[in-house]
Design a protein around this ligand. Structure first.
Ligand code: GRF
Length: 235
């Protein structure tokens, strides 16, 4: 099996990038991380990538006369890395339509919300304000519209009483680190593909059986049949 050469784009902390690097350190994982590109020279993730022996590039918007030149520099760097897949991980810029369309089906992103709800920034604060009980994260194929591409995988977490933006963000981040390697693996293996604007997932023989028996819900809800009890933990 040839592992898919993957480049990760970051802007900051790089904890999702770190999770992808960790997953790819297993030779059986279907993707290898061959490079990291940051649009910020001071992104903490750059040092982490280097310490793992991964080549890094800084490509800053301010160093390019216009957006097209900036996108072209990214594309050239991707070509230089021999990239087959691009994984955005906390990359805080919107890439131009041309670049995104060129990489369509081979460019993925992680978003800290259950899309199509809560696109954009500050998802955790907005989730708390909206009073929703279930939150989570999504990995999706990137399309020119922000946070709009077909969903590959999602994971949910409960919103607990007393949560603030930080406690909720931390709970979501933990599952991001599990979900992203899983979703990238599916894409790298060709088990999740983008076709005509949709994600096509490989079909597993036991899917139908599982779907009737699995309740995807936060832990406290899973076994609970007592409605009064349910009402108490979802005040
Ligand atoms: C993550 O919450 C990710 O979902 C969002 O930006 C954050 C990046 O965090 N797109 P990190 O840089 O991966 O630690």
């Amino acid at each position: 099996m040839s592992r898919k050469r993957t480049v990760v784009l970051i802007s900051g902390r790089g904890s999702n990038m770190t999770a992808l690097i960790a997953a790819a350190s297993d030779p059986a994982y279907p993707a290898e991380i061959v490079g990291v590109i940051s649009d910020r020279a001071n992104a903490a993730g750059l040092g982490i990538a280097q310490s793992r022996g991964i080549a890094t590039r800084v490509i800053q918007r301010a160093d390019h006369p216009n957006k097209d030149a900036f996108d072209a520099a990214i594309d050239a760097a991707l070509a230089g890395f021999g990239a087959e897949i691009v994984a955005l991980a906390g990359y805080m810029r919107i890439l131009g339509r041309g670049l995104v369309e060129k990489w369509q089906g081979r460019m993925v992103n992680i978003h800290p919300a259950l899309l199509p709800a809560f696109k954009g920034l500050d998802t955790h604060a907005r989730v708390i304000r909206a009073g929703v009980r279930i939150h989570g994260c999504s990995v999706h194929f990137v399309t020119p519209e922000m946070d709009d591409g077909p969903i590959i995988a999602q994971a949910a977490v409960p919103v607990m009483v007393g949560d603030n933006e930080d406690t909720l963000a931390a709970r979501v981040l933990k599952v991001e680190h599990r979900l992203y390697p899983l979703a990238l693996g599916l894409v790298a293996e060709g088990k999740a593909r983008m076709e005509k604007g949709h994600t096509v997932l490989a079909h597993f023989a036991d899917d139908a059986d599982n779907a009737t028996s699995v309740v995807m819900a936060p832990d406290p809800l899973r076994e609970e049949t007592d409605l009064e009890q349910l009402a108490r933990i979802t005040p």
